[in-house]
Design a protein around this ligand. Sequence first.
Ligand code: SF4
Length: 167
Amino acid sequence: PLQKVLVSACLLGQRVRYDGTDARKSWPDLGALERWQTEGRVVALCPELARGFSVPRPPAEIVGGTAAEVLDGEAEVAELGGNLVTASFIRGAQQALSLVQGLGVRGAVLKEGSPSCGVLRIYDGEFSGQTQGGRGVTAELLQRHGVQGFSEAQVADAEAWLTRLEG
Ligand code: SF4
């Protein structure tokens, strides 16, 4: 059967990033995205907007640990300025999980670098502009539940994965 793919809403051109921009230009291969849209595979979600954040909003980073530790209550997500938004980030991740579970989605292409969506890299928690290896909170929760995550730079891997799943 045709596999649907969760895609970060900002990668689809929705202007939902903290600074009011989108991230559509981050795709190395827009052709793949357009094919998926034509095939009806794409399920869009912004986990941060889904749990009540507005646009624009302050930038946020995972501080004092990893996304796994955030989910386990051992690290926090903070906005620039120090306001803790951990609970909302976890609820956004849970919303993404219930969406994919409800639709039977097994893979996701998520915006690299985000404290929610990052798959390979996130910012370092110091608001210094530096990234380090690690996942965002939504990407981590999805991975815990067996949803395969790809960054937008891994779209070729995502296509190969879809082809394998569909036999
Ligand atoms: Fe994009 Fe994810 Fe950030 Fe929403 S939470 S703006 S979908 S990276």
